[in-house]
Design a protein around this ligand. Structure first.
Ligand code: SF4
Length: 447
């Protein structure tokens, strides 16, 4: 089985679920498509021109399929959800088209194809209840059988989104917002921690509105309450979450950063633009002023919190003054890191129909101005850690070079590490160098 993932975190998580599901059926992952019995392309259409990439990859795999007629070729994820009919019509050699909420049906669909009960399987309907990752149940039933899980994992706590930002495909590709029952989340985290996982990231498109919209009966708690419940699970060393919407950042959630010891002081809070006019056209439902107020309050609760954000430059109608407002915001907040992108039309979104598009060269110029300034700020922010002792969770040790992460999510490299250190262990490190994207340090002698 070969899986090619186009990426966002939700999508990577889906790929993990698919691998787990199919591993239970005896499928073994391969690093290359050649020789695989099943090739799955798990697609994402949030940022890039993913549809074109998917179609060109499918075109390239036509020869592979012709050479090996028993090969099963499938497309899953956002592009399958949105463009299922187009894939069926343009790519008849594709056997399987599976939308975002139907991946749990993959084993039975593959089995029907293998047994030649059917020659094509298509499932793109949306569910009205939470799609429980079945691997969790499988793990509970057979705790010793799965491959090692590693030391950190994502746990999905909600699906879909109700915010309808004008540029975004998610409400169309992943459906309306549905919160997962608390008991299921706690059960999955407990299972993972018992299997050796030390860090959990709670995952959803808009985690901080957890429990407030389209509730299933069992969900009667807010996100801060859920965080406290998860944090109380014995053996868990670090807790993170992503992604959050600024309008849903409550005072109670800010308090969690002061109160919950294992909640890492790192917060990804996408602002997208520093211009109220652009935010309104994006349908973001907050203002720059309210965003800044929340940043100030958050830092009052947790002064060492590292803030990350997302920025879109060149949104339709964005003027030079709007862009300068984004630069002003960057200079005021001084984000520890950011993910910045040029605006591009996504299929079936409102903004794709806006007629005042910004020229491509101008978008590139603005992106470069933004990223240069952000790089400079990253370096200054990272330099603030020099001389400090931080706890680093080990990710790998190769030839004595340790790579790990701080609670603030900074990557740290240390030379001279003990080869016996295992991923997931935490070591104290004295930071002595800073770069734009990482830190260097010395493992403290007391360890
Ligand atoms: S909050 Fe907006 S950008 Fe984020 S997933 Fe929902 S619609 Fe998309």
């Amino acid at each position: 089985m070969y899986i090619k993932t186009f990426g966002c975190q939700m999508n990577e998580r889906d790929s993990e679920i698919i691998e787990q599901l199919l591993a239970q059926e005896g499928y073994v992952p391969t690093a290359e498509p050649e020789g695989a019995d099943v090739i799955l392309i798990n697609t994402c259409s949030i940022r890039e021109k993913a549809e074109q990439k998917v179609f060109s990859l499918l075109g390239a795999l036509r020869a592979e399929k012709a050479n090996n007629p028993s090969l099963l070729l499938g497309v899953t994820g956002c592009v399958a959800q949105q463009e299922g009919e187009q894939i069926r019509d343009r790519m008849p050699h594709v056997d399987l088209i599976v939308g975002t909420q139907q991946i749990y049906r993959l084993p039975e669909m593959l089995e029907r194809l293998r047994q030649r009960v059917t020659s094509k399987e298509i499932a793109t309907n949306m569910e009205t209840s939470f799609v429980i990752p079945p691997f969790q149940k499988l793990l509970a039933d057979a705790p010793l059988s799965p491959a090692p899980l590693g030391f950190k994992r994502f746990v999905t706590i909600m699906q879909g989104c109700d915010n309808f930002c004008s540029y975004c495909v998610v409400p169309g590709t992943r459906g309306r917002e549905i919160s997962r029952p608390v008991a299921d989340i706690l059960e999955e985290v407990e299972i993972l921690v018992n299997q050796g996982v030390r860090e959990i990231t709670l995952l959803g498109q808009n985690v901080n509105s957890y429990g407030t919209t389209n509730q299933v009966a069992a969900v009667q708690v807010t996100f801060p309450h859920l965080l406290r419940r998860v944090a109380s699970i014995k053996g868990l060393r670090r807790l993170r979450f992503t992604t959050s919407h600024p309008k849903d950042l409550s005072e109670d959630l800010m308090r969690c950063f002061a109160e919950i010891e294992i909640l890492c002081p790192h917060f990804h809070l996408p602002v997208q633009s520093g211009s109220n006019a652009v935010l309104q056209r994006m349908n973001r439902k907050y203002t720059v002023e309210s965003y800044l107020e929340k940043v100030t309050a958050l830092r009052a609760h947790r002064p060492d919190i590292a803030l990350a954000t997302d920025i879109i430059v060149g949104f339709p109608g964005e003027t030079e003054a709007d862009f300068q407002a984004t630069m002003d915001l960057l200079n005021r907040v001084r984000f520890h890191s950011s993910f910045s992108f040029k605006y591009s039309d996504r299929p079936h979104t409102r903004s794709a129909g806006f007629d005042d598009k910004v020229a491509e060269e101008e978008k590139s110029r603005r992106l470069s101005v933004f990223q240069n300034r952000q790089d400079h700020i990253c370096f200054e922010r990272n330099s603030e850690y020099i001389g400090k002792e931080v706890d680093v969770m080990v990710e790998s040790v190769n030839n004595g070079e340790l790579k790990g992460r701080t609670p603030s999510n900074h990557i740290v490299h240390c030379a001279g590490a003990d080869a016996h250190l295992l991923p997931g262990e935490i070591v104290p490190v004295q930071i002595d160098q800073a770069g734009k994207h990482s830190l260097k340090g010395i493992i403290c002698a007391k360890h």
